[in-house]
Design a protein around this ligand. Structure first.
Ligand code: PA5
Length: 343
């Protein structure tokens, strides 16, 4: 057991968004586009930022891997390197390559090697508070990425939206709230089932991914995500041959937003109708709020609660991510052995 209570950490999301609304934009060079580099609980802040940038007609790409995409050397986006721990090797390599290519780099981290590298290299470093799990720091990380965007000029201020999102998340997280009740009902329906989360291109895409990864990491539970309209062109066919299994063990949650394309809204309804006989349960959760950010965060808040409810039902420590830590340790060990062999 890690000893850190994930319920408490998760409950700080509203406060994190509120703090992000108050964050002063840093001094950074102007940029019309950005490349957010980061993995896991850090990298997903880029997926949310990318959707918001698209709403405002700007392109923000997300890079979740080693090195730097080749196009970035030509197009010269602002590179935002996000790593909560500051020690993620893929993100560190991306940041170093970006600097070598002469691109402007901004670091977002609670410390570690990334903070040191930023200090040595003179990159602006947006510090976020430490002591949380990366996935429980989404409000801080996203707030910092949005501040970098506002400062560079690739995103208009999101302060009002951050405040709205903060209040909405707090109301959904409150004891006895409709958010809590909904999460309990969803966890009852998904208990013992493999979870598949359906969103659609745009606002609900990063949220579907977030639901999946929160269920994986908090509940240690298998979950996957897919997006409409694409899934209607392939995945929907895949529910019939093993229906004797999927009817027992798969639950599909659909995430919707009032601004979904009308054809997507129709597809959601028809897809639910066509899959409902092939899986154990299908259900839908709709966003709340006005701004795009608040609508996304309303769905995040419910998904986070569902993952914690499922962790409780599985009897696991929601905070612990031992396999990730073990894998990182093995990677360091094997890389050091390889490097020694080469010298
Ligand atoms: O949730 C997690 O712990 C992971 O997904 C991490 O976020 C991921 O391994 C990257 O680490 P960091 O966020 O510290 O860069």
């Amino acid at each position: 057991m890690s000893g850190i209570d994930m319920w408490e950490m998760t409950a700080t999301l509203g406060e994190q968004l509120r703090a992000a609304a108050r964050r002063e934009p840093p001094e950074v060079p102007a940029a019309s586009t950005a490349l957010v580099c980061g993995m896991g609980g850090s990298g997903i802040s880029g997926d949310f930022a990318s959707v918001l940038a698209e709403v405002h007609g700007r392109r923000v790409a997300v890079h979740k891997g080693y090195g730097l995409p080749r196009w970035a050397r030509e197009e010269r986006p602002q590179v935002v390197a996000v790593s909560y721990s500051g020690n993620t090797e893929e993100t560190l390599e991306a940041a170093r390559e970006a600097a070598t290519a002469g691109l402007d780099v901004v670091a977002v981290t609670s410390g570690g090697e990334l903070a040191e590298l930023a200090a040595e290299s003179g990159w602006p470093c947006l510090q976020v508070p430490g002591g949380l799990q990366p996935r429980a720091a989404l409000g801080h990380l996203l707030g910092a990425v949005l501040a970098a965007g506002e400062a560079a000029g690739w995103l208009p201020s999101q302060r009002q939206a951050l405040s709205e999102a903060a209040d909405l998340v707090d109301s959904l997280h409150a004891q006895g709230s409709t958010g809590r009740a909904l999460a309990t009902d969803l966890a009852d329906a998904l208990d013992g089932r493999i979870v598949v989360v359906y969103g659609s291109v745009g606002l609900t895409a990063p949220v579907a991914q977030r639901w999946k990864t929160q269920i994986n990491e908090n509940a240690k539970w298998p979950a996957w995500w897919s997006l409409l309209p694409e899934l209607d062109h392939n995945e929907i066919v895949g529910w019939s041959s093993l229906a004797h299994l999927t009817r027992r063990v798969v639950g599909i949650v659909t995430l919707t937003d009032h601004a979904d394309h009308p054809q997507v809204a129709l597809r959601h309804r028809l897809t639910q109708r066509l899959t409902s006989g092939e899986v154990a349960w299908v259900g839908e959760v709709t966003s709340l709020g006005e701004s795009e950010l608040a609508r996304m965060m309303s769905l995040v808040a419910v998904g986070d609660l569902v993952s914690l409810e499922l962790a409780g039902r599985a009897g696991v420590d929601a905070a612990a991510v031992e396999v990730i830590e073990r894998l990182k340790q093995l990677m360091r060990h094997e890389t050091a052995r390889k490097d020694q062999g080469e010298t």
